[in-house]
Design a protein around this ligand. Structure first.
Ligand SMILES: Nc1nc2c(c(=O)[nH]1)N[C@H]1C(S)=C(S)[C@@H](COP(=O)(O)O)O[C@H]1N2
Ligand SMILES: [Mo]
Length: 424
């Protein structure tokens, strides 16, 4: 956030100050005040600051590069105190991000047995089972295929799982942060399948990871041919170790769990392989005692990320509400925002390009009168699915699920400008 030039008219200055406050407001009060320009700054003479009086750091200060030390608070966080080794997750700081791309270092992580350190020279991908010509691919083999790059979101089906019970988490990172959106580069799985020759009776593929959990999932062969990718790069560089280096499966729009990291094996078969774990875990219990199985697609969902709990509004006036919308069924068709707890809805502006199965940034200008209210967003995707209210979701699915919560999220704004997570 820049300080407005001294000639800026007062209204604009006031607006910029507010914008700076909301944009810079963070979880830590110290960081927030550092990012908020002082009220006197625009009138003060343009004194020469110390950093203008001497040369700066040399090139190659950080040969890889890293964010400004003033952005240190923008980090992955996990819900339960210190991260455990092995089975654990960390969450993306959605409240501090802009646009739609998640920087690689901030992509949420979910591991069932820690992060294996894999030498790409020793890594192999085996495609076997009902194949005409089973094959073993080295990383070099895979990179020689023509590649594609696509921008897609990845969401853990357990994202917002805590919302089934009650609105618990302190901020959007801890309630919705099992969500990321990257540019993924690799080989379409269909190309590799054509290479090995899929037998006509094949209906399922088992994908297995090389981590300590040897995590595996069964994937319908239609998905494998439709848009599945075998990826080795993310946001322009090789995958980060925590994201599956050197190779992962990527299934656009499907629950994150099925995008097997550290991919080492694809086995073609006629049935879902369904390990005991797979059958027991990845289902959604319904109120009638039945369970929903094969709920692979992520439903239409949206959330306001700015302002959101942890941010502090600086009094009545203009704010630009901004958030993210997505759907595993395709593109975002429209997003509506309510600034009065769902009584009236206004169409938000979508920031293009609106990509298939990718996060889409939306915004809506808002004049806050300073009275307590509730902010909400509601997405409709191109398949026609409308994000449900919490009541509608609970009515359809009951309260026994852990996974696939996609209800409208409500942020309560208090008169003092603070925000909190509520069920409205
Ligand atoms: N091999 C393997 N693949 C895995 C996992 C794992 O623990 N092992 N976790 C899964 C889960 S539950 C999710 S939500 C995504 C998370 O991907 P990310 O860590 O890149 O965000 O990876 C999936 N793929
Ligand atoms: Mo997950």
């Amino acid at each position: 956030m820049s300080t407005p030039p001294p000639s800026a008219p007062p209204a604009r200055r006031q607006f910029l100050r507010r914008a700076a406050a909301i944009g810079g407001a963070t979880l830590s009060a110290a960081a927030a005040s550092a990012a908020t320009p002082s009220a006197a700054a625009p009138e003060a003479p343009l004194a020469i600051p110390p950093w203008t009086r001497q040369p700066g750091e040399p090139v190659l200060w950080h040969p890889y590069g890293e964010p400004s030390p003033f952005e240190r608070h923008v980090q992955r966080r996990s819900r339960g105190g210190a991260p455990l080794p092995g089975a654990a997750s960390s969450m993306t700081p959605l409240q501090d991000l802009f646009g739609i791309i998640t920087p690689s270092g901030l992509v949420f992580e979910r591991h069932h047995a820690g992060i294996p350190q894999i030498d790409p020279q020793q890594h192999r991908l085996v495609i076997h089972g009902l194949a005409q010509r089973p094959r073993i691919f080295t990383m070099d083999d895979l990179v020689r295929f023509p590649s594609v790059s696509r921008i897609h979101f990845l969401e853990c089906s357990g994202n917002t799982g805590t919302e089934w019970a009650k609105p618990t988490s302190a901020n959007v990172q801890l309630s919705l942060g099992l969500l990321s959106c990257c540019e993924w580069t690799g080989v379409p799985l269909s190309v590799l399948l054509d290479e090995v020759g899929v037998k006509p009776e094949v209906a399922w593929v088992l994908a297995e990871g090389a981590d300590g959990a040897a995590m595996s999932r069964s994937i319908p062969i239609q998905k494998a041919f439709e848009d599945a990718l075998v990826v080795y790069a993310q946001n322009g560089e090789r995958l980060r170790p925590e994201s599956g280096y050197p190779l992962r499966l990527f299934l656009p729009g499907f629950e994150g769990n099925m995008s097997i990291k550290w991919l080492r094996r694809l086995k073609l078969g006629t049935e879902p392989f369904m390990s005991r774990e797979e059958t027991a875990k990845y289902t959604d219990s319904l109120p009638d005692g039945n369970a929903r199985q094969f709920s692979f697609l992520m439903d239409a969902k949206s959330v306001i990320t700015r302002p959101s709990p942890g941010h502090l509004l600086q009094g009545a006036g203009f704010y630009d509400i901004s958030g993210l919308a997505w759907s595993g069924r395709g593109r975002v068709h429209r997003v509506e925002v309510s600034v009065d707890g769902g009584r009236q809805w206004r169409e938000a502006r979508l920031e293009g390009p609106v990509l298939n199965r990718a996060l889409t940034r939306f915004s809506l200008p808002w004049q806050w009168d300073g009275a307590p209210t509730v902010l909400q967003s509601r997405v409709t995707d191109e398949s026609g699915q409308v994000q449900p209210t919490r009541n509608q979701l609970v009515q359809a699915r009951g309260l026994n699920s852990i996974y696939h919560y996609n209800a409208i999220q409500s942020w309560r704004v208090a008169a003092d400008g603070s925000l909190s997570n509520v069920h409205a």
